[in-house]
Write a protein that binds this ligand. Structure first.
Ligand code: SAH
Length: 348
């Protein structure tokens, strides 16, 4: 059985033709799947019963079920626990901004990158998500709020470039004019820095924003928190980002989780600004979200301000990530862990 929601319109058209049906049927079915988000062939009311039966015998339709929704009273942020068909659960987050609704999606169940401050990786990788499951994260949220989503950040659990093919398929499908049609310029992919995949992605010349989780301005410091730095030196990652920017014409973003007494000194800011200026990159500072198991603390407000001012003073384009849904807490990956623990399920 094949997952029909994971087929591009061209692929679906081929399959429909192979069933000796006219190709415009593919357009109707594609609309049902990607505009109306149906989860049962019987909901496709303009498709004959006979064809619905045929479809049912060859395909299934992925659907993610919200198991829990946490809503912020402060800013309308909604955090979702969604169940996958195989019983695994993932997190996705809706953030409301003045420019539209942004959804942060997970690309894997768990993660194998091992960053020391991150809750998503504590139990390792369970499996990667299919493009269809990632689309369904967005659709489940659109259905829940009854509104369209305009921006996507691939910054939830998982390393998107460790699930390269399905993530690229997801990006192509969610930006498909015949589908949801979210502009690629409104999509950000965040990576810990898997160098060969950054080059591969650059060659596709998608118009998405690449965000690099930098978190340290020297190789030596980066090694302390990010095991991926063992595989790819900072200089190599930066060169790959420079190439991505040059090839796609898109400004790269550096994410920098500011951690008390680890990377929050003015010297760190100075080194970071050198790198950012060289690559014309935007810097997004994230006060680290403390995860109990990790033992890192947020920087003092005063220090964070000084850090930011130092970057600005040196001509760097910098923002401090506003913490969304402060009242419903939960750093990346923590919600899922808590849900699993409460449900008495094993995480390994
Ligand atoms: N694997 C990808 C995307 C997922 S994480 C990546 O590494 O970029 C999304 C962002 O949140 C990354 O920049 C990640 O380093 C950061 N992050 C993870 N845990 C965090 C925490 N406890 N506090 C602040 N940022 C965190």
């Amino acid at each position: 059985m094949e997952d029909i929601r994971g087929l591009t319109k061209a692929e679906l058209t081929e399959r429909i033709k192979a069933l000796s049906e006219p190709s415009y049927r593919a357009g109707q079915i594609y609309d049902w799947l990607h505009k109306r988000h149906v989860s049962d062939f019987d909901q496709m009311t303009d498709i004959s019963k006979k064809l619905r039966e045929k479809l049912r015998s060859e395909f299934f339709i992925t659907r993610l079920e919200p198991l829990e929704v946490l809503c912020s009273e402060l800013d309308g942020t909604r955090k979702y626990i969604l169940s996958l068909g195989d019983g695994n659960v993932i997190e996705a987050v809706l953030m409301r901004y003045h420019y539209g609704n942004s959804v942060c999606i997970s690309s894997q169940v768990g993660c194998r990158m091992g960053c020391r401050f991150c809750a998503s990786t504590l139990d390792g990788l369970v499996r990667s998500l299919s493009a269809s499951e990632m689309l369904s994260e967005v659709y489940a949220i659109e259905d829940d709020i009854g509104e369209r989503v305009s921006h996507i950040v691939i910054m939830g659990s998982g390393e998107p470039l460790d699930n390269y093919d399905e993530v690229v398929r997801f990006i192509r499908m969610i930006s498909d004019k015949d589908g949801v049609n979210i502009s690629q310029r409104n999509i950000t992919l965040s990576t810990c820095g898997i160098v060969p995949r950054i080059y591969e992605l650059a060659e596709l010349r998608l118009q998405i924003t690449l965000a690099l989780s930098l978190h340290a301005a020297t190789q030596e410091k980066r090694l302390r928190t990010m095991p991926i730095a063992k595989a790819y030196e900072l200089s190599e990652v930066l060169e790959a980002c420079r190439y991505y920017g040059e090839t796609t014409g898109r400004r790269v973003t550096f994410e920098y989780a500011v951690v008390k007494d680890v990377n929050d000194s003015l010297e760190d800011a100075e080194l970071l600004s050198d790198i950012a200026r060289r690559l014309h990159a935007h810097v997004n500072l994230i006060p680290v979200n403390p995860v109990k198991e990790c033992g890192f603390s947020e920087p003092e407000q005063r220090k964070l301000q000084a850090f930011r001012e130092e970057l600005e003073h040196r001509g760097v384009n910098v923002t401090v990530r506003r913490e969304m849904g402060r009242d419903i807490d939960s750093a990346c990956g923590q919600l899922r862990r808590r849900y699993i623990a409460n449900a008495g399920m094993r995480t390994d």
